[in-house]
Design a protein around this ligand. Structure first.
Ligand SMILES: Cc1cc2nc3c(=O)[nH]c(=O)nc-3n(C[C@H](O)[C@H](O)[C@H](O)COP(=O)(O)OP(=O)(O)OC[C@H]3O[C@@H](n4cnc5c(N)ncnc54)[C@H](O)[C@@H]3O)c2cc1C
Length: 121
């Protein structure tokens, strides 16, 4: 007789919550343990490239992400003194076409809340 596996995750950061959400979605029994007295993230931004946004889409949070994230069109490298553009990395549609999922910039606490809400659901 197969037994339902219990999975314990130490840490409710971006990684721990994403893992928890996907494992719950796959039917596992998951408990997440966080040492901090309150859930939270530092107030900085995070780049979410296609390898990560594909996982977030699979987790069912793309719609929520679209509400708070931006899709930058490109990264530009400029000379510090003249601002001349010396290199460009296309993002936006070229990134999505090439890698099969979007590229976002998002405020870390917003992404963390989205993941925490998904796990709580
Ligand atoms: C400056 C910087 C910029 C970055 N920029 C990007 C980026 O642009 N794009 C990108 O994809 N990645 C980026 N990263 C990497 C990304 O932030 C990390 O990969 C991600 O946050 C890791 O998530 P995590 O849940 O594994 O760890 P963390 O977010 O570090 O969370 C760990 C959690 O575990 C808790 N914890 C620790 N020990 C215990 C314990 N014993 N018991 C219970 N809880 C515990 C902590 O309190 C914490 O809440 C960046 C990282 C840094 C430092």
């Amino acid at each position: 007789m197969s037994q339902r596996r219990k999975i314990l995750i130490a840490g409710a950061g971006l990684g721990g919550l994403t893992a928890a959400g996907l494992l719950l979605q796959a039917g596992y029994d998951v408990d997440v343990y966080e040492q901090a007295p309150a859930l939270g993230e530092v107030g900085a931004g995070i780049q979410v490239s296609a390898n990560a946004s594909r996982v977030l889409r699979h987790l069912g949070v793309q719609e929520a992400l679209e509400e708070v994230a931006v899709r930058p069109e490109r990264t530009e490298f400029r000379l510090f003194d003249t601002a001349e553009v010396i290199s460009t990395i296309p993002l936006g549609k070229p990134h999505e076409d090439r890698f099969g999922a979007p590229y976002y910039h998002v405020y870390r606490p917003d992404l963390h809340s989205i993941l925490a809400n998904r796990v709580e659901e």
